[in-house]
Design a protein around this ligand. Structure first.
Ligand code: FAD
Ligand code: MG
Length: 363
């Protein structure tokens, strides 16, 4: 096994917080099941939905509030959209030579992000922010940048340059203009953390949805596995696949959340750090993994790695299944799907599609 994969496996094991499981924005019927206490709040530029199954509504309410507080705490630490977050303070000090004291939680999240960067050979890069910025994806008004603007932004990236100490927890970026971006892993990290918090408070069955990263703890209502839906990247109202989840977490990265079109080509917010250009050819990647951080990190990683390299990458990762949907070349092209990973057997396609398995000769 390659050194990089060993590093990721170690990261997965370290991060696995138990039985978090999550799905993409599919409307989950479990959420309306009898006896469920349900709350929703805006957070991290999206919505947090919490559903707690508990006989005592007052206890369920306390657990839901604890989940909300944890996500709010992580938002206050990891957000690029708040000037006072740990991440924004680190970014503002980039190039000054000064270390920035941060929360142990920020260091934990950054450690996970850097582990993904190492394991993927930089396909996942939490320092890709200057490039995301130059394409306009922070402002939700993307526009085609010049080649020189892309090059200048790329010169400010490089996960190997990040300096981080765990004790005392502190971070330093060596070049002015560098920035950390937790967009690809922060919501999944929040799913992992909130399930831990909920379990610590006695929750036996809970579902947490942070902007489409859905984690569950305990067996599904009625017992047994959870059946989590994946939404179709082009027809959001259509659940196009179901993943049967006994244990783990599910996340999706897609080209349909933040994108713009130029000359008939779709440019979306996931960047190939090697080129500085948005990844082409993939519409979405959904990943089942042992916990929220792992599935969020992997969904973005496998989006960048693509089918061939991605299949090889997850082949030996325990608890992992991935579903790639290729971007259609023409609007009426058949949906082309590739399913892989040791847990691939848990994926059930509902919509008509050309389905391949990782390892099939002709892809
Ligand atoms: P994912 O695939 O999980 O992540 C894609 C994102 O990761 C991109 O948008 C980019 O930021 C980054 N990225 C791109 N390429 C790479 C790469 N190769 N390696 C690593 N990272 C990459 N949005 C708002 O509009 N307002 C807010 O106030 C706001 N607050 C947020 C606070 C937090 C703590 C977090 C985690 C996110 C917040 N967001 C906010 C959303 C954020 O900007 C992203 O849009 C979102 O996280 C993308 O998630 P995703 O699941 O769609 O895609
Ligand atoms: Mg992600």
């Amino acid at each position: 096994m390659a050194h990089t994969q060993r590093a990721l496996l170690a990261a997965l094991l370290l991060l696995a917080g138990g039985c978090g499981r999550h799905a993409e924005p599919a409307r989950d019927p479990m959420r309306t099941a009898a006896g469920a206490y349900e709350r929703a709040w805006p957070v991290m530029g999206t919505m947090l939905h919490v559903t707690v199954w508990d006989e005592e509504e007052s206890e369920a309410a306390v657990i839901a509030q604890a989940v909300r507080a944890e996500v709010a705490l992580l938002d206050s630490l990891l957000s690029n959209y708040r000037d006072d977050s740990d991440v924004s303070r680190v970014n503002a000090a980039a190039g000054s030579g000064a270390w920035v004291a941060v929360s142990p939680m920020t260091v934990e999240a950054l450690g996970a992000a850097l582990a993904f960067a190492e394991a993927t050979g930089g396909a996942f890069d939490p320092t890709v922010g200057p490039v995301v910025d130059v394409w306009g994806f922070y402002r939700e008004e993307g526009a085609m940048p010049s080649a020189s603007a892309i090059d200048s932004a790329r010169a400010l990236t490089g996960w190997q340059l990040v300096e981080m100490d765990r004790s005392p927890p502190r971070v330093r970026l060596p070049r002015a203009g560098m920035r950390l971006d937790f967009g690809a892993i922060g919501k999944g990290f929040a799913v992992s953390r909130t399930l831990e918090v909920a379990r610590d408070r006695g929750a036996e069955r809970i579902m947490v949805d942070v902007g489409g990263n859905i984690g569950v703890s305990g067996s599904a209502p009625g017992g047994g596995d959870w059946r989590l839906g994946l939404r179709h990247p082009r027809l959001p109202e259509l659940p196009f696949a179901i993943i049967d989840v006994a244990r783990g977490a599910l996340a999706t990265s897609g080209d349909y959340e933040r994108y713009f079109e130029h000359g008939g080509v779709r440019y979306a917010h996931i960047i190939d750090p090697r080129t500085g250009w948005p990844v082409q050819g993939v519409a979405s990647v959904s990943v089942l993994a042992p916990d929220g951080t792992a599935s969020d990190g992997l969904s973005t990683s496998l989006f960048v790695l693509g089918v061939e390299r991605g299949c090889a990458f997850i082949e030996a990762l325990p608890g992992v299944a991935a579903v790639w949907v290729r971007a259609p070349e023409q609007p009426n092209d058949p949906v082309r799907v590739v399913v892989g990973g040791p847990e691939a057997g848990r994926v059930e396609l509902l919509a008509e599609a050309d389905v391949r398995r990782c390892g099939d000769a002709a892809r």
